[in-house]
Design a protein around this ligand. Structure first.
Ligand code: GLU
Length: 496
């Protein structure tokens, strides 16, 4: 059975790149009726961050990516390959390090930090890649024993075989490294803790992981891992290295150019569906011929395939995230209101109430109608709702030129005539609905023998005081007869 795992190191938050890895691991497992495991890789005690693991688990759950095996926030676990937190498994790794030493595939290194620093410095000076020079690789048993008896600290290093290490990456195709170019990796630190490399391989094996899907930054580690699988005589899993995430300027995604923590997007109010949909497209798409971009997690579970993941870096484009958020907000909104006008008003209000001014909130009747006319703007960005409806509450100051429009052939004189005639006609309206307003203004167009814009533009400008706004009939309806006439009078004064 196919089994994938997401194996984050708890740094304090879930990185968007991590979320992408988790999502692809999850989707690949689901698509193949396999299992998805969450494993916490916290062997680096120096980087311990209080609460980081709980935070990670919480964010994974918020995203709806349920794992079949792994730890929960209340310290319980699901699955029979646990514990799933590496710091609870530390005793286990020692046995495997010893096995490697017995097999001659690992050795104790007693070199001091000073010696290693000097060696690296000299190598860098000679333009060589910094690598351990294997001074301790073939120490005689007696000497090793002497050092151990003297209590000298040591690390355990992997003895990388000097041969070609090849593998087929599911995304990148054939990849090969020569063992001679790979440093003898530390597997166990002097404090007895395993490094990522040992713990990762041992756990992937013991947890029966069949597919290792992870970020491209881990590609250089893969030959070391393959050498470990070979040394143990274990079956080697399949590997898939996901493309890097890039800033819009094509540099590696960094905090400096925006948020990288999923939690920050959650706090800003982005919808789970939008975040997942956006992240799914960071390095993958359903393939040519498929124009649809809005996919739920369930859709993606059906659709995902690792072959369609790209090799090239994926640009993290916030505008695209905003677009997904807008589309998802609209979709959820329409589902919820289900063509019920009352629900529509209520829901629009809920979406933006925290961003409205007190004045706007006080005039409930006007507010309700006003929100309705800027529905799409609210769905796009509820934070801007207040700015979009403010003109209903207070006519903005505008210059008389706003009433004119060169292309539509509206000069000040035309504006004046159009507004005066419209005012007279609207004053006589008994029923004030969008329909009757439209009829009334259309009659003026006919009477004056002008184009629609020559009447509608100056009226719309007079009623909104804005270059862009909802349509003229809607505005007049929302403002009501009295305020409409007031604003038209105000405009007439400006033209004379
Ligand atoms: N603990 C590693 C990380 O933080 C996991 C890399 C891997 O998936 O092997 O990303």
């Amino acid at each position: 059975m196919i089994k994938t795992r997401f194996a984050p190191s708890p740094t304090g938050y879930l990185h968007v790149g991590g979320l992408r890895t988790a999502l692809y691991c999850y989707l690949f497992a689901k698509k193949n009726k396999g299992k998805f495991v969450l494993r916490i890789e916290d062997t680096d005690q120096e980087r311990f961050v209080e609460g980081a693991t709980e935070n990670l688990i919480k964010t994974m759950k918020w995203c709806g990516m349920d794992y079949d095996e792994g730890p929960h926030a209340d310290a319980s676990e699901t699955g029979d390959c646990g514990p799933y937190i590496q710091s609870k498994r530390t005793d286990l790794y020692k046995k495997y390090a010893d096995e490697l030493m017995e097999k001659g595939r690992a050795y104790r290194c007693f070199c001091s930090k000073e010696r290693l620093d000097e060696m690296r410095e000299a190598q860098t000076k000679n333009k060589q890649a910094p690598m351990y020079d294997r001074k301790c690789c073939d120490l005689p048993e007696s000497e090793i024993q002497k050092k151990l008896d003297a209590g000298k600290p040591f690390v355990i290093r992997q003895k990388i075989p000097y041969e070609l290490i090849k593998f087929k990456d599911l995304i990148r195709g054939n990849v090969q490294f020569h063992g001679k170019t790979i440093d003898d990796q530390v597997l166990v630190k002097s404090d007895g803790f395993p490094t990522y490399h040992l713990a990762n391989v041992v756990d992937d094996h013991l947890m029966k992981i069949t597919h290792v899907i992870r970020g491209e930054e881990w590609l250089p580690s893969t030959p070391k891992h393959i050498a470990l699988y070979q040394a143990f005589g274990w079956e080697i899993p399949e590997f898939a290295h996901l493309p890097l995430l890039l800033n819009p300027d094509k540099t590696k995604l960094s905090k400096r150019q925006g948020h990288v923590a999923v939690e920050e997007y959650i706090n800003e109010g982005y919808l789970r569906e939008a975040i997942l949909n956006f992240v799914a497209f960071l390095g993958w798409n359903p393939g040519s011929g498929e124009e649809k971009e809005i996919f739920s997690l369930e859709d993606l579970e059906e659709l995902f395939s690792i072959e369609k993941v790209h090799k090239a870096g994926a640009v993290f484009n916030l505008e695209k995230l905003d677009w997904f958020n807008w589309q998802w907000r609209r979709k959820k909104f329409e589902d919820e209101v289900d063509n019920d006008q009352e629900k529509r008003h209520q829901k629009l209000y809920e979406l933006c109430k925290q961003h409205l001014t007190e004045g706007q909130m006080q005039n409930e009747e006007l507010l309700k109608k006003a929100l309705f006319t800027v529905q799409e703007k609210i769905l796009q960005n509820p934070k801007e709702a207040s700015a979009h409806i403010d003109f209903y509450f207070k006519l903005p100051h505008y210059e008389k030129e706003l009433l004119t429009h060169e292309k539509m052939k509206v000069d000040l004189n035309q504006a004046k005539v159009s507004i005066e005639e419209s005012k007279k006609s609207l004053e006589n309206l008994e029923k004030w609905t969008e329909e009757t307003i439209k009829e009334s203004l259309t009659q003026i167009v006919e009477k004056l023998e002008v184009k629609n814009g020559q009447v509608f533009w100056p009226i719309r400008a007079a009623l909104s005081g804005l270059q862009f706004s909802p349509g003229v009939f809607e505005i007049a309806f929302v403002l009501g007869k009295e305020e409409t006439i007031n604003r038209l009078n105000h405009a007439i004064k400006k033209t004379t």
